[in-house]
Design a protein around this ligand. Sequence first.
Ligand code: G6P
Length: 579
Amino acid sequence: MCGIIGYCGLSQAAPVLVKGLRRLEYRGYDSYGIAVSNRDIAVSKRQGKVSEGERDARSIRGKIGIGHTRWATHGVPNDRNAHPHTDCRGDIAIVHNGIIENYAALKRDLLERGHTFRSDTDSEVISHLIEEHYTGDLMKAVEDALPLLEGSYAILAIARGEKRIVAARQSSPLVIGMGDQEVFAASDMTPILEYTERAVFLEDGDIASLDPRGVVIRNSGRVVVRPTELIDWSFDDVKKGGFRHYMEKEIYEQPEVFSNTLRTLKREEVPKWLRKVKRISIVSCGTSFHSGLLFKYLLEEICRIPARLEFASEFKYFPPPLSELVVGITQSGETADTIAAIKVAKSYNCPTLAVTNVLGSSITRIADHTFYTQAGPEISVAATKSFIAQLAVLMHIVDELSGGTLTESLERANRAIEETLLLDMERAVACCQDAAHIFFVGRGPLYPVALEGALKMKEISYIHAEGYAAGEIKHGPFALLSEETPVIALCTPGPTYNVMISNIREMKARGTPMIILGEDGDWDLEEIADVFISLPSHDLVTRILAATVALQLLAYHTAEALGRDIDKPRNLAKSVTVE
Ligand code: G6P
């Protein structure tokens, strides 16, 4: 969702801001803008893609500026509602991520006091409130204005005649990049990585003054010092490197990502208290929900630890009675619902554990302990390598809690992912690309894989796809089966193999084209299948991983055949930072 970038240094700000906005595009947006301070503050903003108006924006001169990609929440996507927003005189400009919950009351009061509003956004109240408190010191004005706001925000503000940016954070991510006589601010490290690896993560309540000489941070009226952290992601990680799409690149990075994550985890101690847990609750959203479901299966099946999985968005409002460990799984570490759910767990005094990909992200500051996935920056909106990296962490935990039952399989896993990447999806794509609906079915641990396969397919191809536990398909979806509705069935050896074959035969009898993912040499399945995809798997771990990767490839190539905007699918955001 919305992205923020700020620059204050010795170079021209506009080109840095525009490039930063391009790097933030992956978060999802519908409009964008920049404000640059020279003698006056110049603003360039519009609805649409950065590439469409970037020449105008780049030409603005000045060495201090702020920029924003907007994902509409209050007010439709149009030029007026794009950020930055200014005060009445155009002397102060702000960009804002988050939601100002009491904006309607604030706006009414500001209008009564004679302020002129130019947009329908909640964010614009911020520039007018700062204006009311401004007496020549932007930092002080921001400090005075912010207590009036309720909700979440990451804000950057500039004022005419002041050679600095003022930044503030409350429940929305904001990182400061420390360069050489230049300083950056952004929603995440991706737009900053090419300039510096030194980062300072702001905490809730922090207000910072940024200028080329350095950064001063205050919280509750006092100066505070936040550590400077070294980010080991490289700029190359955020380039496409010869692949057609980031998603393709990220799919092919998975063998390395899986083994890097495991290698890093092996160097860490599993906390002692984790070894003693009796029950676990898991909260997450989207793709991370599916890794959570797999975790639940593995914990219960292998460790015999009862586990409950909840959508973070439900958990926050309807928390179950609980006293156990609560695990939050989130690639970004910023998903508002997951953060809120972990806060609820803390309010119950439950121990909390985060699994995330982003160093210094919000969840790492709240949870008692964090396990990091080593996926590197994931740019494509559809999660692939971060999911595989989450599985590496979660399978590692299961392995540790079960006395090493998965160790050998985990060592072989890498190879299985590599071999899966060689699979040919052409016939399966031909079967899917004209379909209006596709069902993905699996049982046991392959049910979450079916859900994730369906999610990938709908996210990037826009074909309606649904994942089902195969046994449930008879309770309704059967009515929709026809020659035009392909079913993708995951059927590998195990306790449900025979019943799965019966399900497949029943579906086949309705004329349904069957794409079956099974194991090499399974002649029975090959005979039933319209398209058979042979997975290079031989145990539970490799079955889960190979089936996941195969379905990622199927979704990717189907979307490619349909000419979709694969890395930035319509209406979707990489990181959902509002509830
Ligand atoms: C969005 C993204 C998904 C992601 C989900 C949860 O919907 O488009 O790819 O799975 O958020 O994100 P998280 O960062 O919490 O894993």
